[in-house]
Design a protein around this ligand. Structure first.
Ligand SMILES: *Cc1c(COP(=O)(O)O)cnc(C)c1O
Length: 364
């Protein structure tokens, strides 16, 4: 087999090796089916079992209450940026509250404006999106259609330690880049969604966890694939779903349950990995400059800068030479970014930490 590098890509991102191996082992003939998962009907018993298990796994991992639907949709996270206001804002006669903490909430609020009235409750632009707001900076409208946040801004590397209190308003969360990375009290949310390709599987499927009373709000004049109510009634099978992507989500969630042992355990490992990198940054005496303020630091995406573009280029080239790959930061933030999702092994982060310490010593 071709060697594997440590892949710190923000997404599509690293997957657990046992998941890739299981998909490979069963690719040509899925046990009991006599043909590939790529070749079977989405209406077959085999696929029915797979999609039901993927849902059951997510329900078990998060403890999703009975009054929530788990949907597998297409169009990525960005289609949700539009669907949420189409279903919950456009006909409501209300305004939606958005908390803008980085690139993805900025984009989500812009998409929402195509459907209705949007109020920006807080915008982190002044600090170049280096933190999430404090509780006292957030005044939500008690009559808003919903309040919208992104739990983890993938590009800026800022993450809410816990969800803000939005009173009785439905809380909507883009959890694309920290989905299944830690326990979440789903009962505090109206809708939580995540594209799979950061932390839960390959590109092509987006998981939407939505409370029944919000499902019921969908207006009738929306096309069925854009209508949560119709989509939920069709149990995510209105049309051909991304069968292979859903299958890999099932494998990833099996791995989380059976190999890792659940989200408490996963969070403990993720905290340990993140701490290693932030310690290396903090102890470098300014050689590495973190983007996010300490209290808002992401456990999933760790952006940091070096003192010049030249030094950054040198860092990236020397890191890649020892198989530490995809560490370039997003152009809007610059510098470097290490994405250390669930599937990034502790050894990969240790190797990066050691490389960072060594590089600082030689170039500081
Ligand atoms: C990647 C990402 C998106 C965009 O996802 P697509 O599947 O490409 O639409 C949205 N929000 C967050 C937080 C992301 O990390």
């Amino acid at each position: 087999m071709e060697k594997r590098v440590y892949n710190f890509s923000p997404g599509p991102a690293v997957l657990p090796v046992p998941v890739l191996e299981a998909a490979q082992r069963d690719l040509v003939a899925f046990p009991g089916a006599g043909c590939s998962i790529l070749e079977i009907s989405h209406r077959s018993k085999t696929f029915d079992k797979i999609i039901n298990e993927a849902e059951a796994n997510i329900r078990k991992l998060y403890g999703v209450p009975e009054n929530y639907r788990v949907l597998f949709m297409q169009g990525g996270a960005i289609l949700q940026f539009g669907m949420i206001p189409m279903n919950l804002l456009r006909n409501s006669g209300k305004t939606a509250d958005y908390v803008v903490t980085g690139t993805w909430t900025k984009k989500a609020s812009a998409e929402a404006k195509t459907q209705g009235s949007v109020r920006i409750v807080w915008d982190g632009k002044e600090g170049n999106y280096n933190r999430v707001p404090k509780a006292e900076e957030l005044k939500f409208d008690p009559n808003a259609a919903y309040a919208y946040i992104c739990s983890n801004e993938t590009i800026q590397g800022v993450q809410y330690p816990r969800e803000p209190d939005v009173g009785g308003v439905p809380l909507i969360c883009d959890s694309s880049s920290d989905f299944l990375s830690r326990p979440v009290p789903i009962e505090k949310y109206g809708l939580l969604f995540a594209c799979a390709q950061k932390n839960a599987g390959p590109a092509g499927v987006t998981t939407v966890i939505i409370r029944d009373d919000l499902v019921a709000r969908s207006p009738e004049d929306l096309p069925s694939l854009l209508n949560y109510k119709v989509f939920a009634e069709g149990k995510s099978l209105l049309n051909t779903p991304p069968t292979f992507a859903i299958y890999v989500v099932k494998l990833v969630t099996d791995w989380l349950l059976n190999t890792i042992g659940g989200l408490e355990k996963m969070a403990e490992i993720n905290r340990k990995k993140a701490r290693m990198l932030y310690d290396a940054v903090d102890q470098s005496k300014g050689f590495y400059l973190p983007h996010a303020e300490s209290a808002s630091r992401s456990m999933m995406n760790v952006p940091f800068k070096l003192s010049s573009d030249e030094l950054t280029q040198k860092f990236l080239a020397e890191a890649a030479a020892v198989d530490l790959c995809e560490l370039k930061g997003h152009r809007s933030v610059g510098g470097c970014r290490a994405s250390i999702y669930n599937a990034m092994p502790v050894e990969g982060v240790e190797k990066l930490r050691d490389f960072m310490l060594d590089f600082a010593k030689k170039n500081g």
